[in-house]
Design a protein around this ligand. Structure first.
Ligand SMILES: Cc1cc2nc3c(=O)[nH]c(=O)nc-3n(C[C@H](O)[C@H](O)[C@H](O)COP(=O)(O)OP(=O)(O)OC[C@H]3O[C@@H](n4cnc5c(N)ncnc54)[C@H](O)[C@@H]3O)c2cc1C
Ligand code: SF4
Length: 418
C-alpha cells in the first residue's frame, strides 16, 4: 500500500492548471497535498484535507473518481491517471484519530443540527470549530445517515463512522440520537428552546414507488429499506431489481452476499444511471443487466414487463402489447428516493417543492427564519461530496446570520465573518 501510494505521488506531473482539482466538487488542493505527502508531512496534509473537507476520508473511499478527480488527470489521456484518492484515503485515515482540535473560545451561539449524515456532520464540525455549541438530533440510534444505513459495509466499513463519533466527542458536539424532529419535538421547539440557528440535513429517505399492481406484495422490497436491513431479509435465490442506478448496484451486490444466486437488474430504456465503476463491480459479482423493459405489475411469481419500443436515438416511444412474466423469488424496487414529508407537515411556513425538497434561498436559509438546509433534502439524492460542499457553504451562511464576529478559524487565524 505504502509503495503504491508513494509511486502514485511520484507520478503526479504537478500541472500548472490541475484539472483534477477543478473537477473535484470540493476543490481539494490536490497538487499541494501530493507535495506535502512527498515531503512526508502526512499530518499537515491531513489537517489541510480536513479543513477543506471534514468528510475527506469518506469521499476518498466512495467518490465517483472516474467522473471527478481521477477522470480528469492528464496522465489518464494516454495511460493510467494518478490515483490521488488512494493517497487522500491514507492521509485522512491516518489523521482522523490523531486530530487534536485546537481549543476555541465559545462564541455564545447555540446551534441545532437535524440529521447526522455527511451534511449534518459537516455543519456540526465546522460550527463547533468556530466556537458554537452544537447539538445534533438524529432519528436513528447511530450517526452517519446513508453512509451507515445505505452504502454497504463492503464498500464503506462502518467503523469509520464510530471514529467520527469519537471526533464529535472531542469537539464537544453533543448528539441526541433516537430523536425525530417533526415527531414529538418540532422545528419550532428548537427555536423556542434558544437555539440561535437550526440546520436541517435530513436527506432523501422515501423510496419512489412504481405505482403498479402488486407493489404491496410480501415478495417486494424497496432498495434503501432492504440495504438498511439486509441481514434480516431473505430475498431468495432469484432476485429481480427494478432500476439500474447506484443504489440498485448496491442492492445486487448485497443480495449476492446474502445468498442470492441469480440477480437481474431491469431498466426501461437503453442506458443505466449507475457509474461505470459500480456497474463493473456488480457485473463481476454476477449481476445480469436487462434493458428495454417497462414493469407493469408484480405477481407473487415475479415482475411482469412489456418491452419498450425505442426509436433510433434510444428514446422510449411505446410499449409492446404482450406481457412477459420473469420468474423471481423477490422484487426490489430501486428507482430513487425523495425526502420524507414529516418536517414539511409539522412546521408552519416551511415550504417544499412538488418533489418534497426543501426550498432555500441563496444563503441556504429555508422559508423559516433561522432554519437552514443543505444536502439531499434540498438537492434530491446526489453524492457525499456534493452534500459536504453545500453544507460547508451553509455553515458560513449560518455564521453570518448569527453575526459571529472575530471567528477563529481552524488554522488559528482570526477572521471576521461579516
Ligand atoms: C445505497 C446508497 C449508496 C450510495 N453510494 C454512494 C457512493 O458510493 N458515493 C457517494 O458519494 N454517495 C453515495 N450515496 C449518496 C450519499 O449517501 C448521499 O448523497 C448523502 O449521504 C446525503 O447526505 P445528507 O447528509 O444530505 O443525508 P443522509 O446521509 O441521508 O442523512 C440524513 C440523516 O438525517 C436523519 N434524519 C432524517 N429525518 C430526520 C428527522 N426528522 N429528525 C432527525 N433526524 C432525521 C437520517 O436518519 C439521517 O441520519 C449513496 C446513497 C445510497 C442510498
Ligand atoms: S473529494 Fe472526491 S473528487 Fe475530490 S479529490 Fe477527493 S476523492 Fe477526488
Amino acid at each position: 500500500m505504502a509503495i503504491h501510494i508513494e509511486s502514485e505521488a511520484e507520478r503526479c506531473l504537478n500541472c500548472k492548471i490541475p484539472l483534477c482539482r477543478q473537477f473535484c466538487p470540493i476543490s481539494t488542493p490536490i497538487p499541494r497535498i501530493i507535495q506535502l505527502f512527498r515531503e512526508k508531512k502526512v499530518m499537515q496534509a491531513g489537517k489541510e484535507l480536513f479543513e477543506n473537507n471534514p468528510m475527506s476520508v469518506i469521499c476518498a473511499t466512495v467518490c465517483n473518481h472516474e467522473a471527478q478527480c481521477a477522470g480528469h488527470c492528464v496522465l489518464g489521456k494516454k495511460s493510467t491517471p494518478v490515483q490521488f484518492y488512494d493517497i487522500e484515503k491514507f492521509i485522512s485515515d491516518s489523521y482522523l484519530d490523531r486530530m487534536r482540535p485546537e481549543p476555541v473560545a465559545k462564541n455564545g451561539r447555540y446551534v441545532a443540527v437535524v440529521g447526522s449524515g455527511p451534511a449534518g456532520l459537516t455543519v456540526a464540525v465546522l460550527l463547533a470549530q468556530r466556537g458554537c455549541e452544537v447539538t445534533v438530533f438524529e432519528r436513528k440510534h447511530l450517526i452517519g445517515g446513508m453512509l451507515r444505513y445505505g452504502i454497504p459495509d463492503f464498500r464503506l466499513p462502518k467503523t469509520v463512522l464510530d471514529r467520527y463519533q469519537k471526533l464529535l466527542n472531542r469537539l464537544g458536539i453533543r448528539v441526541r440520537t433516537a430523536t425525530t424532529i417533526g415527531g414529538a419535538l418540532k422545528l419550532e421547539d428548537l427555536l423556542r428552546d434558544g437555539y440561535d440557528a437550526v440546520f436541517v440535513g435530513t436527506g432523501a429517505w422515501r423510496p419512489k414507488t412504481l405505482g403498479v399492481r402488486g407493489e404491496c406484495g410480501a415478495n417486494v422490497q424497496f432498495g434503501v429499506s432492504y440495504l438498511e436491513n439486509a441481514g434480516n431479509v431473505d430475498l431468495g435465490r432469484t432476485v429481480a431489481i427494478i432500476g439500474m442506478g447506484n443504489v440498485a448496484m448496491d442492492v445486487a451486490r448485497t443480495a449476492f452476499r446474502h445468498g442470492a444466486e441469480r440477480v437481474m437488474l431491469f431498466s426501461r430504456g437503453k442506458h443505466a444511471n449507475a457509474s461505470s465503476q459500480e456497474m463493473s463491480y456488480a457485473a463481476l459479482d454476477g449481476a445480469e443487466f436487462i434493458y428495454g423493459k417497462q414493469i407493469v405489475a408484480i405477481r407473487p411469481e415475479g415482475p411482469v414487463f412489456r418491452d419498450a419500443i425505442l426509436d433510433e436515438t434510444g428514446a422510449v416511444v411505446g410499449y409492446s402489447e404482450q406481457e412477459i412474466l420473469i420468474h423471481a423469488d423477490s422484487v426490489v424496487i430501486a428507482i430513487s428516493q425523495r425526502p420524507k414529508d414529516k418536517l414539511l407537515l409539522s412546521t408552519d411556513h416551511l415550504e417544499g417543492t412538488a418533489k418534497g425538497l426543501l426550498v432555500v434561498d441563496e444563503n441556504h436559509m429555508t422559508t423559516v427564519k433561522g432554519v437552514f438546509s443543505a444536502g439531499d433534502v434540498v438537492t434530491g439524492p446526489l453524492t457525499v461530496v456534493h452534500a459536504v460542499r453545500s453544507a460547508k457553504e451553509t455553515a458560513e451562511a449560518m455564521l453570518r446570520y448569527m453575526n459571529v464576529k472575530d471567528i477563529v478559524n481552524p488554522s488559528g487565524n482570526p477572521e471576521t465573518a461579516d
